[in-house]
Write a protein that binds this ligand. Structure first.
Ligand code: GDP
Ligand code: PGA
Ligand code: MN
Ligand code: MN
Length: 605
C-alpha cells in the first residue's frame, strides 16, 4: 500500500490512533492537521477557488470573502437521515430515529471504505465554548471537505492551541468523522460541491462519537454545531446537570443602565439570529449580542443559571436580512472574512438575496449558477441560503461574550411561527408551567430542514431535531433543573410570537427592531415594575404597558397581535394531547397536571 503523506501530528495517543485508523480505512491521498494559522487558511481558500467550490468576492466591498453554491440536493439539514444510536432504543425516545450502534456501524463503516480516495483528509481540533472554561469541551473533526475546514474555522475555536491543551490535559473529546462520500479516481475531474445521494448524520452518545456521511451542508457537516453542541452536549448536560439548548443569548440594558441577559429558543428560521442582533427602536435602550443559536447553561456559585455561547461564528439565514430588518447583521458581513452559500452573486463580485434591498439588482447569477433577472418570477437565492461570519465582527457584540463562565440569565423566551392562536407575548406562571409551554411549543416548518414548509408541528424547546436522547427524559431534566434553584433565582419564562397574521395574510406585528418593545415589557416584568393580567395560558400584558411610542402599526393590529382567544386555545388542546400521547410512559406527570390545569382554565374562560 502506498504511504499516505501526513502534515502535522499529535502526541495524544488516543487521537493519533483514531486518526490513523480512519486514514487507513478511508484512504485519502494525504492527511493534514489543521493548525488554524492565517497561511493555512489562505492556502485552503485558494484551493477552494481553484476547485470551483469558492468564488472570490470583490475585495474592496467584501474583503476575504467567498461565495459557494451547493449541490441543489444538499441545501439543508436532513432530519429523516439523522440518527441517535444510543445503546438502548428507549434512550433515543420517540422523536429520534434509532438504530443499534453496532448495526449502524456495520452499515456505515463500509461506506467510509475508500471514501476519501483522491482527497485530502483534514484533522480539525476544536473546542466548543472557551478554552479557559473550567471544563473545556473538546472535539476533533476529521473531514475530507476543505469547505468544512474553512467554515469550522469561522464557527468554532480551532487549531494548534486547542490541540496543545488536549495533549497537555488528556481530557475527553468528541470524535467527529465526516466524509462527503465522493472518492476521486485517478485522473477523475472533481465537481465544485462533492456529496453523495446517500446521507447519514449519526450520533453515538455513549461513545461521544459522530459519523456524518454524504452531505457538505453546514448543519450536517460542521460537526461542532448541531451534532456536538446540541445533540451530544444535551446528553452530556443531562448526565452532568447542565443544559444545552437551541437558544440565542442577548444582553439588554435599560435607559437607567440596568442590565439583564435573556435567552430565547425559537426553531430554525424563526428569528434567533435577528433577535440576537436587534437594535432597540426605543430611545435609551440598548441590546447586545452574546449568542445567536446555541446556549450552554449551568448554575453558578450564586445559584443562578449562567449561559455561554459555545460557538465562535454566525451561520445566519440570508434571505430577509437587509439594512431595514437587520442592519447589525449587514454591518457584520460587510467587514468580510465570510462565506456565503446558495445566495445570488452580482456581476461585480457582490452578493444579493431576497430582502437585502427592496429592489433587486437588474441582473444576478442565481443559486443554480444561472443568469437571473427580476422578471423571471423565481427567487435568486435558496430560502435556506446562509452567511457564515466571525461573531467578533458584530458591532453589537457584548464584551461578556468572552466570559468563560458566561452570563446570568434573567429570562428565557420560547417562540415559533404561528399564524394564529399564540399571542405576541405571555409569561408563564412558574418554572413548571414554563416547562409545559416549552414542551408544547409549536411552529410552522421552514426551509432549514428538507421536507414540507409551513406545516405546524410540536417542537419542544425548539429542540425537536436536536435532543440527543429521550424527549420525555429531556422534559424531565428541565423539571429537575427547576428544582435545583430558588424560584426567584430561576429565569422567568415567556412565550412570544412575531408571526401572527391578519385575515389577508399580513403580519400583525412589524417584528425585527420593534420586538424590543416586547423585550422592554419582559425587562419590566423581571424587575417587578409592571403588573400583568392572568389568563389560562399565563400572564398577559395590559395593552397600555406595551410601549407603542413612535410605532407605525395601528392600535387594532397591536391589539390583535396581543389577543388571547380562548376558542383558538380550546382548538389547540387536542393537538397537545395528541403530542403528549406520543411520549407514552416517558411523559413526566407534571406535564399531565399542567395540561389538566390548562383545560380547566380554558373551560372557564
Ligand atoms: P434563526 O434561524 O432562528 O436564527 O432565524 P433568523 O433570525 O435567521 O430569521 C429567519 C427568517 O425569519 C429570516 O428570513 C428573517 O428575516 C425572518 N424574521 C426574523 N425575525 C423576524 C420578525 O420579527 N418578524 C418577521 N416577520 N420575520 C422575521
Ligand atoms: P438556525 O440554525 O437555527 O439559525 O436556522 C441552523 C439550523 O438550525 O439548521
Ligand atoms: Mn439553529
Ligand atoms: Mn440563526
Amino acid at each position: 500500500m502506498q504511504q499516505t503523506q501526513t502534515v502535522g501530528g499529535t502526541s495524544h495517543a488516543e487521537l493519533d490512533a483514531w486518526v490513523k485508523e480512519v486514514a487507513a480505512h478511508t484512504r485519502p491521498k494525504e492527511v493534514v492537521w489543521i493548525d488554524g494559522s492565517d497561511e493555512e487558511i489562505e492556502r485552503i481558500n485558494a484551493e477552494l477557488v481553484e476547485a470551483g467550490t469558492f468564488t472570490k468576492l470583490a475585495e474592496d466591498t467584501l474583503p476575504n470573502s467567498y461565495h459557494a453554491l451547493s449541490d441543489p440536493d444538499d441545501v439543508a439539514r436532513v432530519e429523516d437521515r439523522t440518527y441517535i444510536c444510543s445503546v438502548e432504543e428507549k434512550d433515543a425516545g420517540h422523536t429520534n430515529n434509532w438504530m443499534d450502534p453496532q448495526e449502524m456501524k456495520d452499515l456505515l463503516w463500509p461506506l467510509y471504505e475508500g471514501s476519501m480516495e483522491g482527497r485530502t483528509m483534514y484533522v480539525i481540533p476544536f473546542v466548543m465554548g472557551h478554552l479557559e472554561a473550567e471544563d473545556p469541551k473538546y472535539g476533533v473533526e476529521i473531514t475530507d471537505s476543505a469547505y468544512v475546514v474553512a467554515s469550522m474555522r469561522i464557527m468554532a475555536r480551532i487549531g494548534a492551541k486547542i490541540l496543545a491543551k488536549m495533549e497537555e490535559t488528556g481530557a475527553p473529546f468528541v470524535k467527529g468523522l465526516h466524509s462527503v462520500g465522493a472518492p476521486l479516481a485517478e485522473g477523475q475531474q472533481d465537481v465544485p460541491w462533492p456529496c453523495n445521494e446517500t446521507k447519514y448524520i449519526v450520533h453515538f452518545p455513549e461513545e461521544l462519537a459522530i459519523w456524518s456521511y454524504g452531505s457538505g451542508y453546514g448543519g450536517n457537516a460542521l460537526l461542532g454545531k448541531k451534532c456536538y453542541a446540541l445533540r451530544i452536549a444535551s446528553v452530556m448536560a443531562r448526565d452532568e446537570g447542565w443544559m444545552a439548548e437551541h437558544m440565542l443569548i442577548l444582553k439588554l440594558t435599560n435607559p437607567e443602565g440596568r442590565t439583564h441577559y435573556i435567552a430565547g429558543a425559537f426553531p430554525s428560521q424563526c428569528g434567533k439570529t435577528n433577535l440576537a442582533m436587534i437594535q432597540a427602536t426605543m430611545p435609551g435602550w440598548k441590546a447586545e449580542l452574546v449568542g445567536d443559536d446555541i446556549s450552554w447553561m449551568r448554575f453558578g456559585p450564586d445559584g443562578r443559571l449562567y449561559a455561554v455561547n459555545p460557538e465562535f461564528g454566525l451561520f445566519g439565514v440570508a434571505p430577509g436580512t437587509g439594512a431595514d430588518t437587520n442592519p447589525v447583521a449587514m454591518a457584520t458581513i460587510e467587514k468580510g472574512n465570510s462565506i456565503f452559500t446558495n445566495v445570488a452573486r452580482t456581476p461585480d463580485g457582490g452578493v444579493w438575496w431576497e430582502g437585502m434591498t427592496e429592489e433587486p439588482p437588474a441582473e444576478l447569477i442565481d443559486w443554480h449558477g444561472e443568469r437571473w433577472t427580476p422578471d423571471m418570477g423565481k427567487v435568486s437565492s435558496h430560502p435556506n441560503s446562509r452567511f457564515c461570519t466571525p461573531i467578533t465582527q458584530c458591532p453589537t457584540i457584548a464584551a461578556e461574550y468572552d466570559e468563560p463562565n458566561g452570563v446570568p440569565i434573567s429570562a428565557i423566551m420560547f417562540g415559533g411561527r404561528r399564524k394564529t392562536t399564540v399571542p405576541l407575548v405571555s409569561q408563564s406562571r412558574d418554572w413548571q408551567h414554563g416547562t409545559f409551554v416549552g414542551a408544547t411549543l409549536s411552529s410552522e416548518t421552514t426551509a432549514a430542514a428538507t421536507g414540507a414548509v409551513g406545516v405546524v408541528r410540536r417542537d419542544p424547546m425548539a429542540m425537536l431535531p436536536f435532543i440527543g436522547y429521550n424527549a420525555g427524559d429531556y422534559v424531565d431534566h428541565w423539571l429537575e433543573i427547576g428544582k435545583q434553584a430558588d424560584a426567584d433565582k430561576l429565569p422567568k419564562i415567556f412565550m412570544v410570537n412575531w408571526f401572527r397574521r391578519d385575515e389577508d395574510g399580513g403580519f400583525l406585528w412589524p417584528g425585527f427592531g420593534e420586538n424590543s418593545r416586547v423585550l422592554k415589557w419582559m425587562f419590566e416584568r423581571i424587575e417587578g415594575d409592571v403588573e400583568a393580567q392572568e389568563s389560562p395560558i399565563g400572564y398577559l400584558p395590559h395593552p397600555e404597558d406595551i410601549d407603542t411610542d413612535g410605532l407605525a402599526t395601528s392600535t387594532e393590529d397591536v391589539a390583535a397581535a396581543l389577543k388571547f382567544d380562548a376558542e383558538e386555545w380550546r382548538q389547540e388542546l387536542p393537538l397537545i394531547k395528541e403530542w403528549f400521547a406520543k411520549f407514552g410512559d416517558d411523559l413526566p406527570s407534571a406535564m399531565e397536571d399542567e395540561l389538566a390545569t390548562l383545560e380547566e382554565r380554558l373551560a372557564g374562560a
